[in-house]
Design a protein around this ligand. Structure first.
Ligand SMILES: Cc1cc2nc3c(=O)[nH]c(=O)nc-3n(C[C@H](O)[C@H](O)[C@H](O)COP(=O)(O)OP(=O)(O)OC[C@H]3O[C@@H](n4cnc5c(N)ncnc54)[C@H](O)[C@@H]3O)c2cc1C
Length: 319
């Protein structure tokens, strides 16, 4: 069986969770087995996962799991994976998934691959998974030879697809080990826009903005297309923008359909987190800016001139 751990936000499944279930369903089909899902805590509509291919949903409600802790959560997922003899366990490649992957692989004595970006190639007992390596400059194929496999799926690697199964909802109890972590508070990001790791449209800006007071034109451009905003690292370091917007090697790695970068030079550490974007548009006044080499479309001009005009043109086109 294939087991997918699904993440929620305020009781709603994240887009990454639906992607993971679609992925799990397709892996299960290729293996000639079924896909089931696991959700921990509040989930207003667990049956929704059937729409994307889960034959059953193991719903765990336990006060000891009220806050995410990779030790307790990995123990809970391990218990369900073991009880269901799951051969493949799939997580989202989110902050949560990243912190679960290693622990779960050790518990299940499984080989693991993080940030898989395509369906595995399954031929007989051979199970090969692809992922980006060397800051997205190459793709590596890994063969997992262990009986049980744990994967995390990079965001935006495939679209959630409706297959309309009716999921059986199983209220599941697990033994939760004592936690060695005490959560003293949580601070959720507010707003309707997709969080950066899930965003399909991203408008980002860097030091070329000159100061935080100028960010209005970036926010207007982002609002005109419903994009999430991001920034380069120095901009977050000097406090012009919040740290959760920082993308790159040491920030969030993203894979949107569209990444618009204004006033960002395109240093390798920045590219490491964004060069899996499907379409990159660079606005920079320096024709030698390295970002142009990675761009699908480049505008060599002053951003303070181009960005408002682009927003205007988008608004006009949208009527
Ligand atoms: C270990 C390590 C990890 C790092 N991790 C990250 C990371 O995760 N993410 C990250 O972003 N960086 C990271 N960095 C920093 C990275 O090396 C660069 O310094 C940084 O990305 C540069 O940010 P920037 O492009 O905003 O600024 P700058 O390099 O100062 O570039 C500003 C750009 O704006 C352009 N510009 C200026 N004015 C205008 C205008 N009016 N119109 C149009 N264009 C204009 C300039 O031509 C220039 O290209 C890391 C560095 C190290 C050493």
């Amino acid at each position: 069986m294939v087991l997918v751990y699904t993440e929620t936000n305020n009781g709603q499944f994240k887009k990454a969770a639906l992607e993971a279930v679609t992925y799990g369903y397709k892996v299960a089909q290729a293996m000639g087995t079924s896909c089931e899902a696991i959700v921990i805590g509040d989930a207003s509509n667990p049956a929704q996962l059937g729409t994307y291919g889960a034959a059953a949903v193991h719903h765990i409600k336990n006060d000891a799991l009220a806050h995410f802790d990779s030790q307790t959560y990995s123990a809970a997922i391990n218990e369900v994976a073991t009880a269901t003899s799951s051969k493949v366990v799939i997580l989202s490649h989110s902050t949560t998934g990243k912190s679960l992957l290693g622990r779960l692989a050790v518990k299940l004595n499984a080989g693991s691959v993080s940030a898989a970006n395509a369906l595995p190639t399954i031929e007989g007992s051979s199970f090969k998974v692809r992922k980006n390596v060397f800051s997205g400059k190459a793709i590596a194929e890994y063969e997992i030879t262990s009986d049980v496999k744990v994967l995390s799926l990079a965001g935006n690697s495939l679209k959630p697809e409706e297959v309309n199964l009716t999921a059986e909802i199983k209220e599941t109890t697990v033994t939760v080990p004592a936690s060695r972590v005490k959560v003293t508070g949580t601070n959720l990001q507010q707003g309707d826009l997709a969080p950066l790791p899930e965003a399909e449209l991203v408008v980002s800006a860097g030091r070329g903005m000159k100061g935080p007071e100028n960010w209005g034109i970036i926010e207007d451009l982002a609002a005109s297309i419903g994009a999430t905003t991001a920034c380069s690292r120095p901009v977050a370091d000097i406090g012009w923008r919040p740290h959760h917007e920082h993308v790159g090697q040491t920030g969030v790695a993203i894979k949107p359909n569209l990444y618009i970068a204004a006033g960002i030079s395109g240093a390798i550490q920045h590219l490491a987190g964004v060069n899996s974007s499907k379409c990159i548009v660079v606005i920079n006044k320096d024709p030698e800016a390295p970002f142009f080499k990675a761009a699908d479309y480049g505008v060599c001009a002053d951003l303070f001139d181009v960005v408002p005009k682009l927003t205007e043109a988008i608004k006009k086109a949208k009527g």
